[in-house]
Design a protein around this ligand. Structure first.
Ligand SMILES: [Zn+2]
Length: 335
């Protein structure tokens, strides 16, 4: 919809098939194939085959492991500056999933930071986030409402472990539904020293292989089909095909692992026995904290409650605008 050229006063960009930066001829997270694209991380909504993709080595490896091979790759490790015609870029950790990157773009117009998906809470299975100052900030605001305040991750993972132990001691199979890239790995690492036997869906195991290549340590587990499910913690992506691969185990207790678990109706919405609000996104307070640390002159918001968060920033005296309208359409149907 935008608003082309909205950022022209300070830093020229357009919001059309991702963020287009005309000075570098570079698109940030375009949803459709582009000649030159920065891919912030390997989640499916960003993993498109481009003519040339700029990403961290881990993101490129994860995309490949999940079946997206780029025509040309420019691997840019964290903290290394790369020159492009028209400016230079630096990728730095977003703390969202392994390899997830924010980008700092420096041109004659100044400094722009684009976050991609990010969080500030430390994770167990990805790089800790970093911060760069910039005049223009384009940020994701998935959880941009005051009611989204995540409890400390340790509290949530302890509750997940208690749910698993309780289910097993009652003769039920605990089935944890967690997205196959990022969330499932976070849960697996949290289960590392519990001694609980674990079985995971193949798509999760494929991602773990790449994480291991990047030095993340996991507990032992078997994959679906390798071992019986009785007496084990089952981890599967929430997609229906994965759910169909679940055996006909009687007495199953299902738990969804998602930040949307903070919504009071989440248990009914996800048709689960429990929902645990472990998220790989920043919550409302952290979104504010982040803006304060970047200290930009202008903020543009994207995803989730973008309009609401931009309004709240303006209420605190900042110049801030949403790049999207009709935000509700962007809320994920799955998680
Ligand atoms: Zn993501």
């Amino acid at each position: 919809m935008l608003k082309s050229g909205m950022g022209r006063a300070l830093f020229p960009f357009e919001y059309r098939n991702g963020i287009f930066l005309p000075e570098l001829n570079l698109r940030l997270d375009p949803r459709r194939r582009a000649p030159l694209a920065f891919v912030s991380h390997a989640h499916a909504d960003h993993a498109v085959r481009h003519e040339r993709a700029v990403a961290t080595p881990a993101t490129l490896a994860l995309m490949k492991a999940r079946g997206v091979k780029q025509a040309q790759e420019t691997a840019v490790p964290f903290g290394v500056e790369r020159e492009f015609p028209g400016g230079r870029i630096e990728l730095f950790p977003a703390g969202h999933v392994l390899g997830s990157a924010q980008i700092l773009v420096t041109t004659a117009s100044g400094r722009l930071v684009y976050t991609g998906d990010f969080k500030l809470r430390p994770g167990l299975s990805c790089e800790p986030p970093a911060i760069r100052s910039a005049e223009v900030l384009i940020m994701e605001t998935t959880y941009g409402l005051p009611r989204y305040r995540f409890p400390p991750s340790k509290e949530v993972t302890e509750a997940i472990i208690a749910f698993c132990r309780d289910s097993l001691s009652n003769g039920a199979a605990p089935v944890l539904m967690a997205y196959s890239l990022g969330k499932a790995q976070e849960v697996l690492v949290a289960l590392k020293n519990t001694g609980l036997p674990i079985v995971v869906h193949e798509t999760i195991a494929r991602v773990v292989k790449v994480y291991r290549d990047y030095g993340i340590d996991f507990p032992d587990f078997s994959t679906f089909g390798e071992a019986p499910f009785e007496g084990k913690v089952v981890i599967t992506p929430p997609s229906s095909t994965a759910a169909k691969a679940l055996p006909q185990v009687k007495n199953v207790r299902r738990a969804a692992i998602t930040g949307w678990g903070l919504d009071p109706s989440a248990r009914y919405r996800f048709k689960c026995d429990a929902v645990f609000p472990l998220s790989d996104h920043a919550d409302y307070e952290d979104l504010f904290r982040y803006v304060g640390q970047v200290s930009p002159r202008i903020v543009y918001t994207l995803h989730g409650y973008a309009e609401e968060f931009a309004r709240d920033l303006r209420a605190r005296g900042m110049e801030a605008w949403s790049l999207v309208s009709n935000n509700q359409l962007e809320l994920p149907l799955a998680f």
